[in-house]
Design a protein around this ligand. Structure first.
Ligand code: ADP
Ligand code: AMP
Length: 216
């Protein structure tokens, strides 16, 4: 099963992606995590990406598409994958379709996690993320067992630089102008399914599993 997770920043894509990837044994591919790893390693890609990410803007399509298509050629993606944070523009979605067509395959489901704007700021300013594995926590809604330490890998939890109020507002703007049109794109393809992302994390997960069913 080849799956895309859609939704505004802070919708819970990363949180649900970790759960889905674990349950169904498919790789979780997060472009945000890939960029953050490159930033921490100060690679040329990381240095370029950082200047856009710090402002809440999208990294240019040419850079982003290349890293995703490289990653999708790994053997672990043969039986399925879960894309989180990609595509984010119609051009990225079209290029992804072209790439997959070349591999004689296609996206099976685009799962939209719907969360109204008024929830987002609280979620993102309270978010803490594992430096090592990218797992997402929240100071109020999803706190780790030990403060500041990742339950999954023991890594250090930090606040993302782009989770401050001003940058969050820019990211929401970017989402509605550049990424929201993808909802229509996947609806037209007949692949879109929606869940209510304001529910508890476990309920959202259950609803996503109900949609994915046993096809996966
Ligand atoms: P995204 O990957 O879509 O940007 P995250 O998965 O990182 O979003 O979630 C954003 C923040 O909201 C995190 O702090 C996370 O712990 C919290 N969160 C995720 N899902 C829920 C939920 N259903 N209810 C409350 N908080 C949530
Ligand atoms: P995320 O971790 O998904 O919230 O992404 C963090 C930041 O990484 C975004 O605000 C963008 O700057 C950048 N980014 C992640 N995915 C993409 C993408 N598909 N296209 C362009 N920029 C991206």
């Amino acid at each position: 099963m080849k799956i895309i997770l859609l939704g505004p920043p802070g919708a819970g894509k990363g949180t649900q992606a970790k759960l889905i990837s674990h349950k169904y044994s498919i790789p979780h591919i997060s472009t945000g995590d890939i960029f953050r790893k490159n930033i921490s390693e100060q690679t040329p890609l990381g240095i370029k990406a950082k200047s856009y990410m710090d402002k809440g803007q999208l990294v240019p399509d040419e850079l982003t598409n290349e890293i995703v298509f490289d990653r999708l050629q790994n053997d672990d993606c043969k039986n399925g994958f879960l894309l989180d944070g990609f595509p984010r523009t119609v051009f990225q979605a079209e290029e992804l379709d072209r790439f997959l067509q070349g591999e004689d395959t296609k996206i099976n489901k685009a799962l939209l996690i719907e969360v109204p704007q008024e929830f987002i700021l609280d979620r993102m300013t309270g978010r803490r993320m594992c430096k090592d594995c990218g797992a997402s926590y929240h100071v109020k809604f999803n706190s780790p067992k030990v403060e500041g330490v990742c339950d999954l890998c023991g890594g250090e939890l930090t606040q993302r630089k782009d989770d401050k109020e001003e940058t969050v507002k820019e990211r929401l703007e970017v989402y509605s102008n550049q990424t929201a049109p993808l909802v229509e794109y996947y609806a037209t393809q007949g692949n879109l399914a929606k869940v209510d992302g304001t529910l508890e994390i476990e309920e959202v997960f259950q609803n996503l599993c109900d949609i994915l069913g046993s096809d996966i």
